[in-house]
Design a protein. Structure first.
Length: 110
């Protein structure tokens, strides 16, 4: 898994929570984070993806991706993000990651 794929996985988890709660702060974060706003690899607000890339390794094993994602979310110090991320466990995350990576997706040729 590369950085962008992990970034997208985090986006999907947080977006699923936003679908349930419509939390305004979470929605604002997702608007900046949106990795699908443009055709290139990045985020709607370029600095969001740049900060992410500085915080995570370039290559990530699926088995380690949940912990890396949790650490990144926790490092942001925003309760609404941490709480949203708690709704997925490592087993569910790994299953979703394998499915995501097995299908064509933006960023799979990095």
């Amino acid at each position: 898994m590369n950085r962008f794929e992990l970034f997208c996985m985090i986006f999907y988890v947080l977006d699923a929570e936003w679908d349930e709660t419509k939390d305004e702060e979470l929605g604002n974060f997702l608007s900046e984070m949106n990795p699908f706003a443009f055709a290139d690899i990045g985020s709607a607000e370029p600095s969001a993806y740049e900060r992410f890339c500085q915080a995570v390794p370039e290559t990530i094993k699926i088995e380690e991706s949940y912990g890396i994602a949790r650490n990144y979310i926790d490092s942001l110090g925003r309760d609404e993000l941490e709480n949203a991320f708690l709704n997925v466990d490592s087993k569910e995350w790994a299953e979703c990651a394998r499915e995501y990576l097995s299908n064509p997706h933006k960023g799979d040729i990095l």
